[in-house]
Design a protein around this ligand. Sequence first.
Ligand SMILES: C[S@@+](CC[C@H](N)C(=O)[O-])C[C@H]1O[C@@H](n2cnc3c(N)ncnc32)[C@H](O)[C@@H]1O
Length: 267
Amino acid sequence: MTDTPIDTTVAHTARVWNYWLGGKDNYPIDREIGDRVKELFPEITEIAVGDRLFLRRAVTYAIQEEGIRQFLDVGTGLPTANNTHEVAQALAPESHVVYVDNDPLVLTHARALLVGHEEGRTQFVGEDLRDTEAVLKAARETLDFDKPILLTLMGTMGHFEPEAAIELVKTYVDALPAGSLLAVCDGVYSGEEGDAPDENARAGMSLWQEHVAQPYIMRTLPEFSAYFDGLDLVDPGVVSVFRWRPEPSELGSIRDLPQYAGLAKKP
Ligand SMILES: C[S@@+](CC[C@H](N)C(=O)[O-])C[C@H]1O[C@@H](n2cnc3c(N)ncnc32)[C@H](O)[C@@H]1O
């Protein structure tokens, strides 16, 4: 279990993300760096909201379309609206949810706020996600790895080098039984194919690398799509985040942002 003190002198990803989502669990340094990145990359707050929306849609899809009742949310972040267990247990109260994050502030808040519905179970694992053995061992206390699980990795794998991230995702997916789902979203430079404001993203992320404790490396589309190799992508495939099964009422207002999402099923 991680036992690192909270460092308020350097911006931390979970806290900056919480600030962009309009939360209060952050420090002056997180707000300062958050504002500076946002000046260069104004779309970032919309992207943070898009991530949470995709999380809700992925959990809802898993429950309603696949009958899944088990969830492994790796890189949870600070508690906010529509946390995985709230979405899952509102639709299926018996759902079991395991959260994994190693940020010390996330640990403090999660233990208090990420409490489960009485019929379901919610567990928080304070481990580094790169220690896959420790994470999976802890997750087995709450999840039955003989039954399908939705693994969510939202805005998290960009913190690692592309090749290392692909290996990590593969290790987690290998541990899941057939019928499980993988949902990932992260920053992707869309190049010439989209109208995404990549230049803003490049400027914002360059400032991020200098000032935030954890690096964040935007992907190319092939690097991002590689997470789903060997799995069956669910429609509409790998798309800019707001294009993943939007509500009909949203269709006219959607724009492509350099944040991609995909959900796939393990055969
Ligand atoms: C950008 S936030 C995204 C939070 C949330 N998934 C969301 O989409 O709103 C990334 C999260 O990954 C967590 N994280 C980063 N590196 C980690 C690691 N090595 N082990 C566990 N969690 C990690 C951070 O602490 C942070 O909470």
